[in-house]
Design a protein around this ligand. Sequence first.
Ligand SMILES: N[C@@H](CCC(=O)N[C@@H](CS)C(=O)NCC(=O)O)C(=O)O
Length: 190
Amino acid sequence: MITLYDADRCPYCARVRIVLAEKGLEYETVAIDLADRPAWLYEKNPLGKVPVLEEDALCLPESAVIMEYLDERYLEPGLMPADPADRALVRLRIERFDNALGDAYYAFRRGEDGSVERLSSCLSFLERALARWPDGYTLAEIAYLPWLIRLRGLFGFDLSPFPVLLERLDRLCERPAVAAELDVVAALPR
Ligand SMILES: N[C@@H](CCC(=O)N[C@@H](CS)C(=O)NCC(=O)O)C(=O)O
């Protein structure tokens, strides 16, 4: 049985939930209150963060690592390209994303000075990058979608200056696994 240590608000957890849903996998959820997290969470992840995925003896933190594990362990549908070079590019996109938009999002959530401009500049970067990406559905798309879903659904952030990004978001939200995240976000306390 798969267990996911999870938080609805967390976009990193959303990545894992989307992959689990795409693969049609059953799993148990243990909801973690990050404001009052249990001490035992540090035994599962020394950083005390979610998501953490457990399956049998395996205990795995880090959303990008978990996504790849699930994709390799459960082959259908495949969420990585077949070619090693293309696979490397998917990993690079996830890495770049985490270093840019991920941090800017949290600065925005904390209401830091200049964070709207910082976030907009990261979204412009993603917009330009997306225009060059192959128009597919891989772990790279699953990696950035949860942030866009939250920016729009939770904070009413105007994504219209980023038409490529908006088009991908709307199109990929037609997939049931991604659409389920719209409901998760709609139910979050404002
Ligand atoms: N690099 C980690 C980041 C996970 C992360 O930052 N999760 C947040 C929730 S969205 C968390 O647990 N924050 C608690 C903390 O920073 O102490 C991943 O990709 O899984």
